[in-house]
Write a protein that binds this ligand. Sequence first.
Ligand code: NAD
Ligand code: IPM
Ligand code: MN
Length: 366
Amino acid sequence: MKCKVGVISGDGIGPEIVREAKKVLDKIGRTYGHEFVYTDILMGGCSIDATGVPLTDEAIAQAKASDAVLMGSIGGNTSTSPWYKLAPELRPEAGLLKLRKSLNLFANLRPAYLYEELKAACPLRDDIIGDGFDMMIMRELTGGLYFGARETKEVDGVVTAVDTLSYNENEIRRIAKRGFDIAMKRRKKVTSVDKANVLDSSRLWRKIVEEVAKDYPEVTYEHMLVDNCAMQLVKDPRQFDVILTENMFGDILSDEASMVTGSIGMLSSASLNDTKFGLYEPSGGSAPDIAGKGIANPIATILSAAMMLRYSLDLDKEADAIEQAVKQVLKEGYRTIDIMPQEAEKRASVREVGTEQMGDLIAERV
Ligand code: NAD
Ligand code: IPM
Ligand code: MN
């Protein structure tokens, strides 16, 4: 099969981790007889430097012409990079938000799974980890605070900044359905996370989720306030199957969930619309603190490529092959620095490798 893959390498560690994911895809291609044809697409800081804007119309057209897009990460150090002196709509992140909106990528799936082999990298106590956990964060991605009206104004010498959190019932219904659909293929439990004790948008969220739940009698569901959810994620992460939530809450909770799986470098993601198309990227960022050092963990990006095979290209057995290869490499004791065991005495039992070697090891085992 011939697959057209748009590739957004982006900024910081982006090009380093995307290179390894392409290496693994190419091995899949050779092993299973597929051809991945890549088109490089500019987005983020590198696009600002080249074109003056974080995402051009041409880049959007290139993404739309692809079967799926694989992405690294965009952005720089938000305190020191000159990109953050630009107007908000010209900054790197504005490119990513525009791409998500242009392609209607409203459903963001972030699977947080603790590999047996990574228990020593998990900061939680053994009795909390138990036999591990496996949750799917279903984050709404094209609404809420990220896309509401905003304004910074000065009145009588006092500056006020406003961001608006708005959702309509249709936006909530379509993501809720996705959440329940996914739950039906998993352990049939949905935890819908909101702040309905304070926010109108959350009260509407809760009402619509209740309506959608009626169509899924086999699914157990509950509502949880977001502050409690943040606490429960470290107190007892095993209670969660599908976490269904709005854009900003999902952004924050998914970073937290990633750390209980060992590292943000392990958390893959798929951003989907109503078609087969998807944007696949690690959940973490451009990691300016480690960019260029060859130590970033490429596994989240490699697992995102596996999600691309599964969701956009219908290549399930090839996706399985990547996931098995990742498991195998971890079993053999190879670790990037971010997933090294927390306790010093356990570090002697594993081998630290860099970004490129981790990519080689996984590709070899496909
Ligand atoms: P970050 O996720 O880039 O980094 C947070 C911490 O996690 C850092 O210590 C970093 O070294 C570490 N980390 C992240 N990915 C890693 C990996 N693959 N392997 C090992 N360690 C990893 O978050 P930040 O520092 O808050 O943001 C930096 C920039 O990234 C900002 O400009 C932000 O807007 C951008 N960002 C982009 C995306 C994206 O492109 N999807 C996501 C999040 C943040
Ligand atoms: C993510 C990132 C983005 C978000 C930023 C870079 C706009 O943090 O994908 O989690 O907040 O959605
Ligand atoms: Mn984030």
